[in-house]
Write a protein that binds this ligand. Structure first.
Ligand code: EPU
Length: 336
């Protein structure tokens, strides 16, 4: 097992932050993963697609880069399939593979950066669909004893950008593969998100296929979200906060135009992007970093920004939103 020293992590995180791994190992098989866990007593840092992290310092732990590859149809039924995908596959390449095979369910999740193995950790979601809607099960290796365990959907305790892997099992398991239940033949389309119907109209499509939905989602994402290949970023930096109806009503007096989504009889979700824009940060640039000009929820690295500077900006945004609206916005991205 080759362990390299002092490796720059810039190519391995979508924010494009140039910090170093003191020790780095690319893991290409489940057996190699077991070996490296057994033969090293150091702390481990698990790296997937690097799309949901802000690196503010060098990593002292041994970085294990999960590069397990492969797709397999493990169950083929009349109306559905179950496919097993190894953790190191790129998420969007998996979506393209599904569309190519006419397997439905992940088309609304087109173009999300990151890898398949890290998608369940934060229950990725976009345009009315979350990973949990197509999740069947996943396999994960215990860091402590190297046993492989299968987690069902219930075991994963999915929530909004949440799962058991971010909560009480944090740091204990490495996901090695994820299995998805996808539709075959007849697909259930998810078009309740206004922007999708609008985009399909603009494309003159009245009877969309899953491939059309993917094209619409890609067009919407490209119009709002920066491509990490051009501008470093980690997607939404913050989660959308949930507040009480009373709090929402008091804000509505001063800001009648505040957008909202009802969660329950007592709670309302408000878009953090709107709060950050109202706080005056949208499109603000501070040298090499700033807030994206088309979606205020996204912090960006234009060139060679330091993770710690971007983090300082995040703290300033949180403080300002708290002062103006009395709302605490939590980070969605893991700050390391
Ligand atoms: N808005 C503004 N200004 C902004 C951005 C948004 O006023 O700069 C308001 C608009 O009123 C808009 C509303 O916020 O109607 C919602 O915006 P958008 O549809 O862009 O969605 P979002 O709530 O900001 C969430 C996810 C995205 C996902 C989109 C689409 C979170 C934290 N983010 O963003 O996920 O793509 O919905 O479903 O839930 C990600 O997690 O990295 C991500 C990009």
């Amino acid at each position: 097992m080759k362990i390299e020293q002092n490796i720059s992590l810039k190519p391995y995180n979508t924010f494009g932050i140039d910090t170093k791994a003191k020790a780095y190992c690319s893991v290409t098989s489940v057996q190699k993963l077991r070996d490296v866990l057994q033969n090293n007593t150091k702390d481990f840092f698990i790296l997937g697609g690097g799309s949901n992290m802000l690196l503010t310092q060098d990593i002292e732990a041994l970085v294990l880069h999960i590069n397990l590859k492969g797709f397999e149809v493990i169950e083929d039924n009349k109306d559905s399939v179950i496919v097993k995908v190894m953790a190191g596959e790129n998420w969007h390449e998996f979506v393209i593979w599904c569309l190519h095979n006419d397997f439905g369910g992940v088309e609304n999740l087109s173009l999300i950066p990151g890898n398949v193995g890290t998608a369940p950790i934060q229950n990725i979601g976009a345009y009315g669909v979350e990973l949990k809607d197509v999740f069947h099960s996943c396999e994960a290796m215990s860091i402590a004893n190297q046993d492989l365990k299968t987690f069902s959907k219930e075991d994963c305790q999915f929530g909004y950008r949440e799962s058991v892997f971010k909560q009480h099992l944090k740091g204990q398991y490495i996901i090695t593969s994820v299995s998805f239940k996808l539709s075959k033949g007849i697909h259930k389309l998810h078009m309740n998100y206004g922007a999708i119907t609008q985009q399909l109209d603009d494309m003159n499509i009245s009877e969309p296929t899953i491939q059309d939905i993917s094209k619409a989602v890609i067009a919407i994402r490209q119009s709002k979200l920066p491509d990490p290949k051009d501008i470093g970023n980690s997607g939404s930096f913050f989660k959308n906060p949930v507040i009480s109806i009373e709090h929402f009503n008091s804000l509505k007096t001063n800001f009648p135009e505040i957008p909202s989504y009802k969660i329950s009889e007592t709670e309302i979700k408000v878009p953090a992007g709107w709060l950050i824009e109202k706080a005056g940060f949208k499109g603000k640039r501070f040298g090499d970093y700033g807030v994206h000009n088309k979606q205020a929820l996204v912090l960006v690295n234009y060139r060679d920004a330091k993770g710690s500077d971007i983090y300082k900006l995040a703290l300033l945004i949180q403080k300002t939103v708290k002062r103006l609206f009395n709302i605490t916005i939590e980070t969605e991205v893991n700050v390391i």
